[in-house]
Design a protein around this ligand. Sequence first.
Ligand SMILES: Nc1ncnc2c1ncn2[C@@H]1O[C@H](COP(=O)(O)OP(=O)(O)OP(=O)(O)O)[C@@H](O)[C@H]1O
Length: 517
Amino acid sequence: MTTDEPVDYERTWHAALAEMSKHGIGSRDRAFLNLTRFVGLIGENVLLSVPFEQTKRMLEGPLREQVAETLSNQLGQQVRVAISVDESLQAAVQELDGAGTDEGASQTGSDANPDTNAQEPDHSDGTLGFSVPGGSQIAAEQVPRPRSAHPDVVLPPRSVGGRTDAPQPSDEEYSPRLNPKYTFDTFVIGDSNRFAHAAAIAIAEEPGQAYNPLFIHGDSGLGKTHLLHAIGHYVHDYHPKLRVRYVSSEEFTNDFVNSIRDDRAATFQRRYRDNVDVLLIDDIQFLQGKEQTQEEFFHTFNALHSSGKQIVLTSDQPPEKLTTFADRMRSRFKSGLTTDVHPPELETRIAILRKKANAERMDIGDDVLELVASKISTNIRELEGALIRVAAYASLQKEPVDRAKAAFVLKDVVPSETGQITVHQIIAETAVYFGVTVDDIKGTSRSRNLVTARQIAMYLSRELTEHSFPQLGQHFGGRDHTTVMHAEKKIRQLIGERQPIYDQITELTTQIRRRSS
Ligand SMILES: Nc1ncnc2c1ncn2[C@@H]1O[C@H](COP(=O)(O)OP(=O)(O)OP(=O)(O)O)[C@@H](O)[C@H]1O
């Protein structure tokens, strides 16, 4: 994380609590504040996390002003308060509750401040395990919530960068192309990504205002793309007049190269400078070594930045390690907020699997989820891949899997310790397995056998390597990335429906892993 002055969040929060207590804060409010964590300071936004929706609603009442004022005093700058629900904090609350040690919580039932219009506890959302008066008061200035999205953060409304009169996007030129599954709602927060998530929310709340650019880095499969899309959805839903564009670095490169080839520089500029308010650009490391594209990106970046438009970048490396970028580029990348994502700890991995299993209606017990989470620790994409295998097995067997069966399935799935698997190797192994040639796999024949072999090779390449969809498209005979996406989705579905496909995938994975170790 990069900030001007490192702030000790925990100490600041405790000091703020002490100050509010001195000024006679009611015990009910203190109970809510005791449940709250100071997660980050982004510009003038303090990001607080609470374990329950109900706690959030309480803090969004008149208490928020008081908290903001106290924190402003503590931090020596005017701040506003954003509140998000982080379900992972519930475990800590339950521990405290079980031990009866939460001072505020244990007092609240009997000692609620009479001035706060206390009501009976509301546990209708299955939340608080102790007595907290539940009269929720939504702040009058709450941002209106359009459509179905409901990220758990509310800031007082503000005009967005003075651009509320920006023209409505025209469908022809504008398409955010966001994966509907990658939202803030589906993103599980843990220590490994808490700050990155908070920063993403702050950016999405006020594009171009909080930090610009936001630079998120971390190893493959840790949620960077997910956060980019989540920002895109949020802006799309809450700032409908702002135009969001998500693009992978490969697509940006291709667009640029094609625009030069076809003499369509103006179209390119319109797409990336004029017709965009929030540019989300993924895997910036792929621009390394592409000098002309980097130069164009530099101009795009400057044009957007100088007109107050938000840029969010992701990379597998921090800016200072992107050594083939010109210094001026790297210093641009660092000029806003840099944050990273780490491999999630066990509890977060279990929570991710549980959320995924619920979303996909997979009937898998907690003990099995724990087993899967304990086997795969460094890459969430692999974690999800393992879950899909276990679910597929259960679906084919038509009975729930227990730990022993899951362990049996996972022995072929768990990544080998050594050896880098390449797409080239996967294509070669798949070709041999199906009795076809590498050229057949990369070629265009639509014969049924070949299509299956090709799609399986694409699926395995996505699962076993760190390449993005556009890169895989290149490996498979220069295909469009959407073809690889389609193949991955198709095989993911078939693996749970057809035993032969399941067996082929399992055998091939074992072979590929064995040969690479
Ligand atoms: N915190 C999280 N909560 C829920 N799902 C997550 C989380 N982090 C990652 N995932 C899921 O893990 C998978 C991989 O994540 P994603 O593609 O965002 O990784 P990435 O960091 O962009 O990887 P790469 O650098 O290879 O592009 C996605 O399906 C994503 O939804």
